[in-house]
Design a protein around this ligand. Sequence first.
Ligand code: GSH
Length: 234
Amino acid sequence: MSTSHTCTPLKLVYFAVRGRAEPVRLMLELTGVPYDYEEIPIAVWPTPSGKQRFLASTPLGQLPILQDGDFFLCQSAAIYKYVARRVGLYGATLQEDARIDEVTETAGDLLLDLGTLFWDPRFAERRTEHRPALRKKLEQLQDYFVRVGAGPAHWIQPGRYTLADVRMAYALESVMPLHPGLLEEFPRLHDAMQRFFSTDGVREYVRSDRRCRTYTVALASFGGKPEETHHFTD
Ligand SMILES: N[C@@H](CCC(=O)N[C@@H](CS)C(=O)NCC(=O)O)C(=O)O
């Protein structure tokens, strides 16, 4: 195990999209931890500087990859937990950790559902039927948030963000361009998300040019276009 991670900035490697890397960026921006971001152009991926290069340090050579000193880590869920623990966005007890995992997995399910639709060749027709199905899930999610949430702005700990808030805010934000107006039908969820994106650190980042403009790549049916993502401007 490396011990050099304390002196060099973290480095995140991913394509030039939000996708699976965005929760990591949001955690680092929220906590003000310096990091480097290396964007791999899609055109480079099949060349020796692409996937081949990462097979040397990860099992399957997939992105995202986090580098912390000479420690390399892939698998986004593992990266989220590692970074959350490293920057103080995990829980204080076994049960808090478990509740954070529960909420982050739920956010992951929502995003997987959206991502699958983005890549569906029948995107245009499926988008219409997707909206009522997602509305039902958001109804249940809002009920759950009201029952177990730690207040209007936080899922787990009153007055303090954790990985759960980061991942849920990102998942909910990603609903907005796909189904305009739907999230606003759930004011508790919408309000918590807005508060997260207005927090110091996050607020500046999400309004900056440093944030990727698309969720996924142009190979997807609903990808590679700015209208696929929500952009904060105010
Ligand atoms: N389970 C992995 C999946 C990683 C994954 O599918 N990465 C995609 C980009 S989002 C990738 O690297 N695709 C290129 C490839 O597989 O060669 C994770 O969550 O990190």
